[in-house]
Ligand binder design. Sequence first.
Ligand code: T4K
Length: 393
Amino acid sequence: MRSSLQTIIGKYRLEEPVFVARPTMPPFDRFTERVRPLWESRWLTNQGCLHGELEKRLEEYLGVENLSLFCNGTIALLVALQSLRIHNGEVITTPFTFAATPHVLHWNGVTPVFSDIDPQTLNLDPGRIEQHINSNTRAILAVHVYGRPCDVDALQSIADRHGLAVIYDAAHAFGVRYKGKSVLTYGDASVLSFHATKLYTTMEGGALVASSARHKERVDFLKNFGIADEEMVIGPGINGKLNEMQAAFGLLQLETVDIEIENRGEISALYRERLASIPGISLFAQPPETLPNNAYFPVLVDEGKFGLCRDGLHAVLRECNIITRKYFHPLCSHYPCYSALPSSRPENLPVAEDAAARVLCMPIYGTLQLETVDRICAVIEAIHKESGKSQSL
Ligand code: T4K
């Protein structure tokens, strides 16, 4: 089989690598124009004009109130927990996420308790949560994985029944609307990431959407060392500020983010059309009542039907210069720092274990050409045909 796969690699290898994500850059001149006034004002950070303007514009664009900008999504999550005074006990979360999610719990002195995910959405399965609740449980930290909304109503009713806070790691969910409103308006706080790999970026950056003006006020103190004024520090805060250069970049990104989402929609539709009929490649259904952002394009690989396992497909695609990613493998529950936790036992997390072993995220970003998407699908089809052949020998 190796030699036939080599033939595919020879035939389909792309000249330049195609990455899983790429930021769409604003025109360079527009950026210099935007930041030129900073050379006059010499005001570079600490809630400058561009920072204020971006907070306002983002609130308008996203349809939310009480948004605070941050230097990255991880610090925003850390502050979300602090702002809700969650700095001990246990928090129920998903193992199927980026490292930042459980790490912020650890950094806040909280023990993560991993609960299994739903096979359709790969988000926390509400039906599995209550078995983990005890007198130490403080909150649920859920992730809208790939920007697909969690079952927010079910999570909220569990939280209400047990007096828990709900925090959403919405790192992937920029612009997503659910049941007619921003997905960021659910729960006690939601956090976005504006990292360079995200569909909306400020290079590094993030935002926290608080549940009230009073909550935002607390968040804003916390992200600025707890400083109230020159002579008053009201609590142990941190430095979570976004600077003026990043805000300038973010203001320009906002001008084109609708096009970015639209382009991703077309790419996603083409992947669906081309991959749907390949045996062993399963796609995720569009989430109901959702205006999606197509932040990621995950598929699940079934080795028996496809002919090659996920890792094999990932490796052959890489040789073709198509850099897919296994978001999220390994599960956070496998990290050495968490693997000894009772909730990390694989038998507690069968759905997450299966998804982490089979998931592959395809390249998707606004400037990815449809011809390239077509070619990626052709490679996957050719790999299936070759692998299937050798399996039937
Ligand atoms: N919660 C969740 C659920 C998250 O997914 C994340 C971040 C966070 C919280 C934390 O938010 P931040 O603190 O990061 O704001 C990337 C990102 O670094 C990370 O932000 C993101 N999630 C995660 C899913 O993906 P890596 O290790 O995969 O990134 P890297 O450097 O391998 O980049 C992936 C591809 O993107 C590269 O192959 C090429 C492209 N790329 C990358 C960078 C950095 C660019 O084109 N330009 C760039 O500047 O983690």
